[in-house]
Ligand binder design. Structure first.
Ligand code: CTP
Ligand code: CA
Length: 229
């Protein structure tokens, strides 16, 4: 497989990919975060480059090498990710042909991050008050007037396949995106396996279990078809 030259079917496509978690500060040295590794988004970026796309990679805090040829924007928080996306896409969203939102954006952030380190001697521990982060892809979906940029969201869900597809389809309509990659999280023998199905306007494709590079190529195949539609 490594020896076959990749199809250049995304030649010149301006693609923005977000990847990884966001970290939401509690104080200058602590944060709320999640376990996203960023691998899915980085795989998509790297496969897209191999297929000819020009890729802007907006990365939360991850320890992964930049795919060769990607322009990388490092961010920590959801708010910083939103600003990076706004800068790339521009007010009229004309800065990209497609956006793949693979980042695990924190839904909530501490409402009142401390400017100085919280000290254990400060008193009894207090509850952390949270506030909602904006839904970055939904804000972009609501602002979009025409078919560009093509928008792809992810949905990590638990439940049986039918439930996963129902959740993903609900996210597709509420966020006003074209495609949702439904990821059915199963835990077996301590190993988390990912089964994905791509959900579009006309319903869900088949569930498939595959490694992240193969999943990336499947997503990019659907994205290419959407760009041509
Ligand atoms: N997303 C986003 N901004 C957020 C939260 C999520 O842009 N503040 C995007 C994610 O990058 C992903 C999609 O929305 O592409 C779905 O994220 P997910 O966490 O599965 O869904 P939520 O809408 O946050 O709903 P919930 O976590 O309650 O299932
Ligand atoms: Ca969420």
């Amino acid at each position: 497989k490594a020896l076959t030259s990749p199809a250049r079917d995304l030649e010149g496509v301006r693609l923005v990919v977000t990847a990884g978690p966001t970290h939401e500060p509690l104080d200058p040295v602590r944060y709320l975060g999640n376990r996203s590794s960023g691998k899915m988004g980085f795989s998509i970026a790297s496969r897209a480059i191999a297929r000819g796309a020009r890729v802007e990679l907006v990365a939360g805090p991850v320890s992964l090498p930049t795919p060769s040829g990607a322009r990388r924007h490092d961010v920590e928080t959801a708010e910083q990710m939103q600003r990076a996306l706004d800068g790339i896409l521009g007010a009229d969203l004309s800065g990209a042909d497609a956006l793949v939102m693979a980042a695990a954006v924190a839904d909530f952030r501490p409402a009142d991050p401390k400017t100085a380190k919280i000290k254990k001697g400060d008193g009894d521990p207090s509850a952390i008050t949270l506030t909602k982060n904006p839904d970055l892809i939904a804000v972009i979906g609501a602002r979009r007037k025409g078919p560009r940029p093509v928008l792809v969201a992810f949905a990590l869900e638990t439940g049986d396949d039918a439930a996963v597809v129902t959740y993903a389809q609900a996210k597709r309509t509420s966020k006003k995106v074209d495609l949702v990659v439904a990821n059915a999280a199963h835990e077996s023998l301590g190993r988390v396996t990912n089964r994905i199905a791509i959900v579009g306007k006309d319903g869900a494709g088949p569930f498939e279990e595959a490694d992240k590079d193969d999943v990336a190529d499947r997503i990019l195949d659907r994205l290419r078809d959407q760009l041509r539609a």
